[in-house]
Every structure is written in C-alpha cells, then in structure tokens.
Design a protein around this ligand. Structure first.
Ligand code: ATP
Ligand code: LTN
Length: 334
C-alpha cells in the first residue's frame, strides 16, 4: 500500500449479515483484482451497520466473518489496507466536520434514506440520515481517487463528491474528488423472489438471496424456487426480469455471453437452466468457502491482521485529518 505512482481505491462493506451473491459479484469479487494496479484500502463498516438496529453479539460475529470473507476473497493484507471502521477514529472525527458542510436538503434526497426510513419506521435515527456523510468521511480521509461500488451507491458517492468540492471551495484545495468505479456485468444482482428489487443481505425472505456461505444443496434449492415468468425461452429480454437476473448471474460466474447461454438452453426448460445456474454458482463459491473456513478458525491471525490494518489506516488518515482541522480553524493540539 505504498507505491506513490498508483491511484488509490477505497471501498467499504457493511457487516449487516452474511454477504450475498450480489455483494460478491457486484463488489468484493472485484476488489482483489484491483490490488496490482492500484493502492487499495478496504474496510468493514461496522459504524454504518448500527444505523439500523443490530444485535450486539451478532454484529461482532458478522464483523469478524466479513473481515475473514474479504481475506478469503483474495485481499492480501501485505498489499492492501484491510481494517474495521470503528478501529480507526479518523472516520468519526472527520465525519463530524463534514456534517457541518453537508446540507439537510441534500441528505433528504437520498433514496436509500427514504427506503430505509420507510422500512425501519420505528427507528429513523439521525445516523441513518447522516449515513452518507460518514461514507464521505471514509473516502475523503484517505483522499481516494476511485471508489468501487454497486449502482445502488452512486448517489452516495455523488454526495461525497459534492461535499468534497464544497469543502475545497470554502477552505482551499484539500480533498481529491473521488470517481465511482462501477462494474457492468453483475452490477445489480436482483432478488430471486422479486426480481425488481436488488438482492440484499437484510431481506427477510431467506429464499430471496444466496448467501456466499450457503452450501451447495441450499444454493441449488434456492435457484429452483426462483421466480421467473410463464414463457419458456431462456433469453435476455425486457419484461423477463427473473430470467434476465439468472442470465446475469450465470454469465458473471461462467464468463459466457447471453447469446451463448440462449443457445446452450434452447429447447430446454427453465428447470434445467435454474439447476445449471445453481451448480455454476456453487462451484464458483467453493474456493471462497474453503478459505473462509480455514481463516475463521484462526482468530489470532485475524486479530493480527485487523490490528495492523487499523494502525496503518490511522497513521495514513490522521495526516489528512490534521490538515482538515487546521483549515477549519481548530487550534492545533500540543
Ligand atoms: P443491506 O441489505 O444491509 O443494505 P446490502 O446487501 O445491500 O446490505 P451493502 O453492504 O450495502 O449490501 O453493499 C456492499 C457492496 O455490495 C456495495 O458496493 C453494493 O453496491 C454492492 N451490492 C449490494 N447488493 C448488491 C446487488 N444486489 N448487486 C450488486 N451489487 C450489490
Ligand atoms: N454505503 C456502502 C458501504 C460503504 C462504503 C463506504 C462504500 C460505507 N463506506 C465508502 C464505499 C466507500 C454500502 O452500503 N454499500
């Protein structure tokens, strides 16, 4: 994480449950591939996770599992910074300052806030509202150039750019304006039960999402139950949301094009197609699952990794925070 000529990538993922196939295809599978061409910083964002009610013991377990899954997906702690957000105080500190350059109106327009405040109407807390500011702080604390995110996070990134630009205008050039890095194939994996909604780890229906730690039989069973349509042709076409989603998934785990998939299943029914998708997904997740089982049994190694990661991240980000504090007019601590 120290080659100065390389551009810097930052991304985060919430430990709000076991990762789904959507998280894997749309996000973490790609993260390890960036390590050769970029300096990379990745983080398990437990502070974001508590914007919705979490059971403490479960959050702790999910955070460790998320960390181990990122390692298992190929993120190399020797090459990249990998840490847990709450271990690095810069994020909270910078977030407060950025709160004061973010407008109430722009936060009110965030669609994720509207969705989540409708869904968790009994707990519309201030953290849920200022969630995007903490996300901006995550990114700007490292002056990241690129932020790989799924399409659903584009609006938050746009807000981070606006906050950075506003700060730079008000206090002089300070932050790098981050660019999104959005993968095309698999950028949006949809729910298997309602293919108009994205697959999400906090979905209440267990059949709606494939979890990356699901066993082979569970994966195949969930695909067999996936909602499709009443025709019988495996092809990518408007209105065939369920089949389009299965084609996207199949294509992204096998590398086959939509035309190849259509020919492969011509004359066959949806049943055969669903089983093939299930088997291909189970095969592609197997190496990740094996590596995860090994890592999660080695708590001492995990601790060593996240401690070192946090120390390095704090050193890096505190330099940037100091500059920000000086610019806003805070008295320098002796
Ligand atoms: P939650 O249900 O708790 O909101 P989530 O499953 O939507 O969580 P996040 O932690 O918000 O996942 O997202 C982690 C990363 O995975 C982000 O970059 C996000 O864009 C990506 N991602 C999440 N869901 C999908 C999906 N269905 N398809 C593609 N990418 C996704
Ligand atoms: N909001 C993001 C997670 C996240 C993130 C970030 C992504 C928090 N901080 C910084 C990229 C950069 C999500 O829910 N996917």
């Amino acid at each position: 994480m120290s080659e100065p000529e390389k551009k810097l990538i930052f991304s985060g993922i919430q430990p709000s449950g076991t990762f789904t196939l959507g998280n894997y295809i749309g996000a973490i599978r790609n993260w390890s591939t960036y390590q050769d061409d970029y300096n990379c910083i990745y983080c398990v964002v437990d502070m974001h996770a508590i914007t919705v009610r979490q059971e403490p013991a479960k959050l702790r377990k999910n955070t460790l599992e998320a960390y181990a899954l990122l390692l298992a997906s190929g993120i190399d702690p020797e090459k990249s910074l990998l840490f847990i957000q709450s271990h690095v105080r810069t994020h909270a500190e910078l977030s407060w300052i950025l709160n004061c350059t973010t407008q109430f109106g722009e936060l009110s327009r965030m669609t994720q806030f509207k969705d989540k405040s409708a869904r968790y109407s009994g707990d519309v807390n201030a953290g849920l509202f200022t969630y995007p500011v903490l996300m901006a702080a995550d990114i700007l604390a490292y002056n990241a150039d690129f932020v790989p995110v799924g399409a659903d996070q584009k609006q938050h990134l746009e807000l981070a750019r606006n906050v950075a630009q506003r700060f730079n205008q008000r206090y002089s050039e300070t932050f790098t304006i981050p660019e999104p890095l959005i993968t095309k194939v698999g950028a949006r994996v949809m729910s298997l039960q309602d293919p108009t909604k994205k697959m999400s780890k906090s979905d209440d229906n267990p059949n709606a999402c494939i979890l990356v730690l699901d066993d082979r039989d569970t994966i195949i069973r969930k695909f067999k139950r996936a909602v499709t349509d009443s025709d019988a042709e495996v092809c990518y076409r408007e209105g065939k949301d369920g089949i389009n989603n299965l084609m996207t998934i199949y294509s992204s785990v096998t590398g086959k094009s939509y035309d190849d998939i259509t020919s492969e299943f011509s004359g066959k029914g949806y049943g055969d197609f669903k089983i093939a998708v299930g088997e291909a997904v189970a095969d592609s997740l197997k190496p990740l699952q094996d590596e995860f089982s090994r890592l999660i049994g080695d708590k001492a190694y995990l601790k060593e990794c996240y401690t070192k990661g946090a120390e390095a991240a704090e050193r890096y980000s505190q330099r940037i925070l100091k500059k920000v504090q000086r610019k806003v007019g805070f008295v320098e601590k002796g």
